[in-house]
Design a protein around this ligand. Sequence first.
Ligand code: KG4
Ligand code: ZN
Length: 340
Amino acid sequence: MSKPVTILGIESSCDDTAAAIIQDNRILSNVIANQKIHEQYGGVVPELASRAHQQNIVPVVDQAITQAGILKENISAIAFTRGPGLLGSLLVGVSFAKAFALGRNIPMIDVNHMQGHILAHFIKDKDGSYNMPDFPFLCLTVSGGHTQIIKITNHLEFELLGETIDDAAGEAFDKSAKILGLPYPGGPLIDKFAKEGNPKAFKFGKPKVDGLNFSFSGLKTSILYFIQKQKKYNPNFIEENKADICASIQHAIITVLMEKIEKAIQETGIKKVAIAGGVSANSELRKALLTLEKKGCKTYIPPFEYCTDNAAMIAITGYYKYLNNDFSKQDIAAQARLHI
Ligand code: KG4
Ligand code: ZN
């Protein structure tokens, strides 16, 4: 039997320092250090994120290797996030990867963070089970920085069909949550409070954008004006209606996402649809996607641990690039803006 391919993945594009080990396409370990420091500022502070990555990266990698039960001598290559993301954060992962590759004399593989979110669907569980999409499929990638509809032809071929022209879906959740006085990141909190609320209680202006593109900045403004107006009549409006407001905001965002994905299905004739990225953890989006099954579509929803940022998705992308002999050189630089 041939030697297995063992990939160490590193992710440091935003405020999570993560490392994971994938052997062939099976997960062996997946470690994430969250940075709590940003909560008090209502958003990620790039300088603080970079500093925290520097503190976390070595212990996180060490833990990933130990938990995987392998030796660092077994690692075939190191995969790292090159971008998109915060430059100071990316730099820590890229520098670590360069030093590790040089020190161990192994190849390094640069990974596009958004590609990683999509390929997370190809990670085999420890027990070997997984629900792998068939090619070609459509993927709605929804995170804090991106909202895209992508056609995936094979593990390494992607076509961007549409994207947001302003805010990302995750940003729409987080900024709306901030208007309600909720801490960062507000997306999961809106999801939580919405469970008790009526999604039709309040109506917000619907964005009008052509084709498969998205726009969320108008929605955020419409929510802001609505809340300001209501608070004039009742200063306790938010507290008294929190669940209904959250459910209505969530409904507005998910409706836009679902309309565009259905349009993409119609236009491409591709009836296999996946979701990826932080917002794919949203319970309403997961439910809404499943309704497409009744319309003859096959749907793919990632396990929760692979929705928000993680290094397993970087390692699996590294694995497919490794099989394709797609390596990077030591002079590679981090890129804050990087297209898929
Ligand atoms: O993919 P991710 O971890 O980081 C980026 O690449 O941006 O996505 C983070 C985003 C945040 O905006 C967060 O609020 C959102 O995903 N998010 C959610 C949920 N969980 C995470 N939004 C809505 N509902 C959730 N359950
Ligand atoms: Zn992400």
